[in-house]
Ligand binder design. Structure first.
Ligand SMILES: Cc1ncc(COP(=O)(O)O)c(C=O)c1O
Length: 446
């Protein structure tokens, strides 16, 4: 339980939000537009955002490290992106007919992901991963896919399995059960989705052996970013790449969070691994809904109208989102900007690590460049189960104490991470470290 005094400070600061939330929940389930936005006692409502800051309806200002779960890599309302969007909207927002910006934009993606030969566009990460597994199945002629316990790939049924299974239902660590995450999913959804643990090549090999000849693809987050930050052990991704080749299974890297983030070419560039398919979303749209999935030519040419694999969508490749994405990739996310964001992120992780030691609280920081997360565990987590061992009471006490002091450390969920963007400053990183010291002292006093 978060301390009463912490909750009281929160509710005192957010009375207008409370009123709006009470009105909203009469007409919107839970009063929020996406389930992860809800937390107890009620979420605060945002009125505007600019650069690295957001303001709530009560007038509280926050230093934002949620950054739209990484979408706002260029900060909120970056002038280059606002300018590009304004210019495009004057000329129309959705044509549902071809326009020249589609290929221009894909060329920008291909510069960053040169091992891919083509990308097709979509509107959200979920759509990108849905299309990726469909194209993998079509190309290989096989039905089964493998996912990793603790990885999240969006809201569609085939992959909404074993995202955060309760311990009692998760089965053995080396051979997790297939846990259906939501009511409303048919029981046989799991028939074609197999589940393996992260950072365990041997467990993956025994799964591949057991289902030899049946598996189309393995889809994974190369860095697990839906249970805090969990990094691949040295050699793990290389081992997985070798194994997928041996067993003739396509490797899909879901780089929705890591792409154009941990390096310009994402985790594939950082770890020098060449997957067969990459999925992208979030940062690539400069703040507007935009997603992509790419692969080798022969795989991508399974798609209609060349092949017989379905892809489409009224909003796909709309010029408004593409204009924002183009401005973000070409004007904001330069190599220099990537280096800046990474250095600042490293500074933040180091600062919080030092504070943990000074305060003497049992916690650790898992981080990679601009991304980081505080686990209240005594060892650094290496997979879903060790991440899930984090102390939730301490996590929420820390979170509310940061929020009450005007810093949003990560999204209101115990399995997110901070996002340092190109608009954060050194002073803001110092402020975040100082605030985390105050918050951690409160956690310790709990
Ligand atoms: C790795 C990963 N893949 C896919 C998705 C789904 O993206 P979206 O919310 O845009 O559908 C997410 C969302 O957080 C994600 O983190």
């Amino acid at each position: 339980m978060v301390k009463d005094e912490t909750v009281k400070t929160y509710t005192t600061r957010t009375q207008k939000s409370k009123k709006l939330w009470e009105e909203a929940k009469e007409v919107v389930p839970g009063g929020i537009g996406s389930a992860v936005r809800y937390f107890e006692p009620y979420p605060f409502f945002i009125s505007k955002a600019k650069g690295s800051r957001v303001w709530d309806v009560d007038g509280n200002e926050y230093l934002d490290l949620i950054m739209g779960y990484g979408i706002n890599i260029a900060g909120h309302a970056h002038p280059a992106i606002v300018g590009a969007v304004k210019k495009q909207i004057e000329k129309g927002s959705v044509y549902t007919m071809p326009h020249e910006k589609t290929a221009l934009y894909v060329k920008e993606l291909l510069k960053r992901f040169p091992t891919m030969s083509m990308f097709q566009l979509a509107n959200s990460g979920a759509e990108a991963t849905m299309h990726a597994i469909r194209v993998a199945r079509a190309y290989t002629g096989k039905d089964k896919i493998v996912k990793i316990e603790g990885c999240y790939h969006g809201q569609h049924d085939y992959l909404l399995i074993s995202v955060d299974p309760p311990r009692a239902k998760a089965g053995p660590k080396w051979a997790p059960t297939r846990y259906i995450q939501s009511e409303g999913m048919p029981k046989d959804t799991v028939k074609n989705t197999l589940v393996a643990p992260f950072n365990d090549v041997a467990a993956m090999e025994s799964l591949f052996k057991k289902h030899e000849g049946e598996i189309a693809a393995l889809i994974m987050e190369p860095i697990m970013l839906n249970c805090g930050v969990v990094l691949p052990k040295k050699g793990y991704l290389r081992g997985i790449r070798k194994l997928t080749e041996e067993y003739n299974i396509l490797l899909i890297f879901d780089e929705v969070k890591t792409g154009v983030r941990v390096a310009p070419g994402g985790a594939s560039e950082l770890y020098k691994i060449e997957p067969d398919i990459i999925t992208l979303a979030k940062a690539i749209g400069g703040g507007l809904p935009l997603a992509a999935f790419g692969g080798k030519r022969e795989i991508m040419e399974s798609l209609r109208p060349i092949g017989r694999t379905s892809h489409g969508g009224t909003y796909c490749a709309n010029p408004l989102s593409i204009s924002a994405g183009l401005a973000c990739l070409t004007q904001v996310m330069t190599n220099k900007a990537h280096r800046y964001m990474t250095e600042l992120g490293n500074e933040l992780s180091k600062g919080v690590r030092d504070v943990i030691e000074d305060v003497g609280v049992t916690a650790c920081v898992n981080s990679i460049g601009p991304l980081g997360y505080v686990f209240f565990t005594d060892v650094e987590p290496v997979d879903y189960r060790t991440a899930d061992a984090t102390d939730l009471e301490k996590t929420w006490e820390f979170w509310f104490n940061m929020v009450n002091r005007g810093v949003l450390p990560w999204g209101p969920c115990h399995f997110e991470q901070w996002y340092v963007s190109v608009v954060h400053t050194k002073d803001e990183i110092t402020k975040t470290i100082e605030t985390s010291e105050e918050a951690l002292r409160k956690v310790k006093a709990n």
